[in-house]
Design a protein around this ligand. Structure first.
Ligand code: FES
Length: 319
């Protein structure tokens, strides 16, 4: 690991906000008396978040005093763990994975984009909006190459999509996180190749009656009709289509682009509509397999599915 030094340009002091101080004191109570030092990483992390994404030296002293630790011990921790930034970072801080799977899949191209759009690693862009560093594996190798920007992962990137993301973030535009190609999470990019008889929540169909992936395309081509589209979401706002198992952020964006905003629209799709959307998304039977229409019908009626319930719980936890 390379030497990590504190930036010479340090603020004179640091103090937790009252809310963060309450939070920090609550953390201390989680540990037995005399073992409060165990809270050092969460406290440093909270200090970093409060300080715009980097950890100034006065904050390390504040944390050390709170935990009754020698300053040098806290400095050792802050300089050892690369999660702590020791100099200012951009509003959008890019951590680019350069480890083997990402490297094999084009991480060097992404680095080139960083150099061109932002500057050298660790440098702030001129407008202070962006900075980047290279990091080791971020555990999303199946969606290589990928980067983390602040708290979000952007995956299945190439130079073009990545540069677009940087420009959008810089301009304050919304960007869908996760895979930047048409696949859900880390599912095979060309559609499922195993357990193709599994439908959401039901036992696998082992009858092998279903046409293989890609089969029946001629019939499908002759029986495909675009579903009715809306110019925009209705007054109450678009439904969260990600509550349907099989629809991720990227697919939701595409569906919205096709004029599909609401559960009841999907619930009404005919077989020909499903074929059309399937073809359009290159999903090859996935809508039927995952039973989007039944899920959408339940949700349109105000009901709940197991997937939506878990999704809602996760959203609450994140919130
Ligand atoms: S190698 Fe890049 S996320 Fe694992």
């Amino acid at each position: 690991m390379s030497v990590r030094r504190l930036t010479s340009d340090q603020p004179e002091s640091f103090a937790f906000t009252p809310e963060n101080l309450d939070w920090a004191n609550a953390q201390l109570k989680k540990f037995p008396e005399g073992k409060e030092a165990s809270a050092v990483i969460p406290l440093l992390w909270r200090a970093q978040e409060q300080h715009g994404g980097w950890l100034p030296e006065p904050a390390m002293r504040v944390v050390a005093d709170m935990l009754n630790m020698a300053y040098i011990r806290v400095l050792e921790i802050a300089t050892f763990y690369t999660m702590f930034n020791l100099s200012p970072v951009g509003t959008h801080f890019v951590q680019l994975c350069g480890t083997t799977p990402c490297w094999l899949r084009g991480a060097d191209d992404l680095k080139e984009v960083c150099r061109r759009v932002i500057g050298e690693p660790g440098e702030l862009s001129e407008d202070g909006q962006l900075s980047w560093i290279e990091v080791e594996c971020l555990g999303a190798c199946v969606n290589a190459p990928m980067v983390q920007i602040n708290d979000d992962y952007y995956e299945d990137l190439d130079a073009g999509t990545f540069e677009q993301i940087l420009h959008k973030l810089r301009n304050g535009e919304e960007v869908a996180v996760g895979p930047q190609v048409d696949r859900q999470l880390s599912a095979p990019q060309t559609g499922l190749t195993t357990l193709t008889g599994v439908t959401n929540g039901h036992a696998p169909d082992m009858s092998f009656d279903e046409a293989p992936e890609g089969g029946g395309s001629e019939e499908q081509a002759g029986n495909a009709e675009r579903p009715q589209a809306l110019d925009g979401a209705r007054a109450q706002g678009a439904d969260d289509l990600k509550r349907i198992s099989g629809v991720g952020a990227k697919i939701e964006e595409i569906l919205n682009g096709l004029g599909i905003y609401h559960y009841d629209q999907i619930a009404q799709w005919s077989e020909a509509n499903i074929n059309w959307v399937d073809d359009h998304l290159k999903f090859k039977g996935r809508i039927l397999r995952e039973d989007w229409c039944s899920q959408a019908e339940t949700l349109a009626e105000g009901g709940q599915t197991e997937f939506a319930e878990n999704y809602d719980d996760d959203a609450k936890d994140d919130g």
